[in-house]
Design a protein around this ligand. Structure first.
Ligand SMILES: Nc1ncnc2c1ncn2[C@@H]1O[C@H](COP(=O)(O)OP(=O)(O)OP(=O)(O)O)[C@@H](O)[C@H]1O
Length: 623
């Protein structure tokens, strides 16, 4: 075939269905697009006035009005911005995907901060056809002697242009709303979407209804938006009360936030915003954050995880990234280098803030810990860079009520148990073990939330040599009396003897028995539960679906304390036939007591335990 070069052609008849169906997923964004165009038009005019290239009457109040005429099914968006000449309408409106914004920026590129203008693609206006059957533009350019122009289109490829009766500078877009957009002909709904998308746009926006306009006495109208959101103010100029009020207003949360981070970056990219650390309502709260993403004060979406590191979605906040395109697909964002930079920057800022709190306001940091630890731990799990930055400021509450870092804990317990962390998951249930620890001057930390299980596995994986053991998983050498190893053969014989006594009397040959010489004489026995098998079981429960009984059989060990009078008596008297019945009762009682301080007994075991306790007591009472 001979070589050929050419231009691809687009049939304009085909473009409308595409715009209507695929360009924007939510119909309600038509309001965002039209109000943004009005806001752009006003900002352009302001710029020209500032440069001396246009003049407006003194005390001009720039504003956008959205007027709802429910009865006639009309929504109007009016601005008093730059307006368009007939030529400009032909160029920017008739040529789809030809953006006047880009044109304007090109012309004034040296004098204009490009981040202020919202439009880029030259498509936004056409989103009006997602809700309207017919769209009319009436516009008058700021230019001297410009004539007002009317443009009408009914959603096909034909348009009409004629003279307009508009007498004031600016543009009115009139939407004759069709079936597809009738939900927006409701004042409440319209206010809701205006507040959602335009709540912080830089120009005052008023919502009016035709009925209101006809009323004689009108209240002083209030704009629906706050044109000067707090995130744009310099952090040094913001007061604590302002931050709190902004939080209440935006997130409707009347609990005060714990603290916040004000992001204020101009170079090498533009990013402004405020991230709040919310207070958890109670310790079992699942954290539900919300990060609102804005582009130049125009709301884009909540919780876009392609831009914001996922763990930050547990916070509440607003982020304004003017360099992000408003309507590109999310998969594009995922691969965008700029997005990665933003994400890294935010992660770093959050880690820095936490570190500075830890270093400079330790008491506050500790006070906040219960509320912020799930966030920090989740962040550490999800984001290796975050983990590296915060790992030295992760603190642990000990059974004595103070807070330590992992390093501090390991250092001060090094002589007792090197590289080993003992922890408690339920202070009430494990009270016996805690007492044993306290009596022996030992220290354990409290890790009682859902995130702790995966979190400690994460630490074990990343900090070589360190292991976490629940307080009932292992007996520290430190709990044992020193003379334990005095006679190996004697010890072995006693171990075998007690093992047999308990296995036989409990009628359980599988039972694991371990004889130890514990410092605390009062403890007859305790149960140890293998750390690994317990964790496996908890994990499978947490992720659900794997509730096959005995999938991870509990690896329990009954530890008998040979330093305890009762155990010594059992060992001595077990062979005597006349004590057979009593020995069996005592073995069962010792086992149940050990179990009781480990987990609740099931109802059958509990009944037996109570009956046996009564029997034993009545035997004791025969004195
Ligand atoms: N209210 C208005 N006042 C003045 N000019 C307007 C107005 N609305 C639209 N225009 C002109 O029409 C052009 C096309 O608008 P459109 O909304 O389709 O695209 P855009 O705003 O440039 O980009 P985007 O697709 O990102 O919104 C604008 O760039 C602007 O020049």
């Amino acid at each position: 075939m001979s070589h050929e070069k050419g231009n691809l052609s687009i049939h304009s008849e085909n473009i409308f269905p595409i715009i209507k169906k695929w360009l924007y997923s939510d119909h309600d964004i038509f309001i965002r697009e039209l109000v943004s165009n009005g806001s752009d038009a006003i900002l352009k005019l302001k710029k020209l006035v500032a440069m001396g290239e246009a003049s407006v009457p003194e005390n001009t109040q720039y504003k956008i009005q959205v007027i709802l005429d429910e009865k006639n099914k009309i929504i109007k968006v009016c601005d008093n911005g730059i307006g368009m000449t007939g030529e400009e309408v032909k160029k920017y409106i008739n040529q789809i995907a030809f953006s006047g914004a880009e044109d304007f920026l090109e012309k004034y590129k040296d004098k204009m901060d490009k981040d202020q203008i919202i439009g880029h693609f030259g498509l936004g206006f056409y989103s009006a056809f997602m809700v309207a059957e017919k769209v009319q533009i009436d516009t008058l350019s700021y230019q001297e002697n410009a004539a007002p122009v009317r443009w009408i289109c009914t959603g096909g490829t034909e348009y009409e242009m004629e003279d307009s009766d508009r007498s004031e500078r600016g543009t009115t877009i009139t939407l004759y709303v069709g079936e597809e957009g009738k939900e927006f002909l409701n004042e409440y709904k319209l206010r809701q979407i205006l507040e959602k998308y335009c709540g912080f746009m830089p120009v005052e926006i008023y919502l009016e209804t035709v009925q209101e306009k006809d009323k004689e006495e009108k209240e002083e109208p209030k704009p629906i938006n706050d044109p000067h959101p707090l995130w744009l103010k310099h952090p040094n100029d913001c007061t604590e009360e302002e931050y709190k009020a902004f939080y209440r207003k935006v997130f409707m949360d009347f609990n005060e936030p714990l603290f916040w981070i004000h992001l204020n970056m101009d170079y090498p990219f533009n990013l402004k915003g405020i991230l709040y650390f919310p207070k958890l309502k109670n310790e079992f709260d699942t954290i539900e954050g919300k990060i609102k993403l804005f582009n130049n004060q125009v709301f884009v979406a909540d919780n876009i995880k392609e831009v914001i590191p996922e763990f930050l979605l547990l916070l509440k906040g607003t982020l304004d990234c003017p360099d992000l395109p408003l309507n590109v697909s999310r998969s594009f964002l995922q691969n965008d280098g700029y997005v990665t930079k933003i994400s890294n920057y935010i992660t770093k800022k959050v880690a820095d803030k936490l570190t500075s709190l830890y270093k400079n306001q330790k008491d506050d940091y500790i006070k906040y810990w219960d509320d912020i630890h799930p966030f920090i731990k989740y962040g550490a799990l999800r984001e290796p860079k975050f983990y590296e930055k915060v790992k030295d400021i992760i603190i642990y509450k000990t059974i004595n009520g103070d807070y330590v870092t992992l390093k501090e804990y390991l250092e001060r317990n090094e002589s007792k148990h090197k590289d080993k962390v003992f922890y408690v998951t339920d202070e009430r249930q494990q009270a016996q073990y805690i007492k044993l620890f306290k009596d022996n001057n030992m220290e354990a930390v409290i890790l009682n939330s859902n995130i702790d299980n995966p979190f400690i596995s994460h630490i074990e994986m990343h900090e070589s040599g360190i292991s976490f053991n629940r307080i009932d998983a292992d007996i520290s050498e430190h709990l044992k009396a020193e003379d334990d190893k005095k006679d190996e053969a004697e010890n072995k014989a006693l171990q075998e003897k007690l093992e047999k006594i308990f296995k036989d009397n409990l009628n359980n040959q599988e039972l694991k028995v371990q004889v130890e010489n514990l410092k605390s004489e009062n403890v007859s026995a305790m149960i140890l539960l293998s750390e690994q098998s317990r964790r496996m079981e908890e994990m499978s429960k947490m992720f659900g679906g794997m509730n096959i009984p005995n999938m991870f059989p509990k690896e329990q060990t009954l530890v008998l304390n040979k330093n305890n009078k009762l155990i010594q008596t059992i060992a001595e008297k077990a062979d005597a036939e006349e004590h057979k019945e009593l020995i069996q009762m005592l073995c069962e009682q010792v086992y149940d007591l050990a179990m009781l301080s480990h987990e609740p007994l099931d109802s059958e075991a509990m009944n037996k335990f109570i009956d046996r306790s009564n029997l034993l007591l009545s035997k004791v009472a025969q004195f």
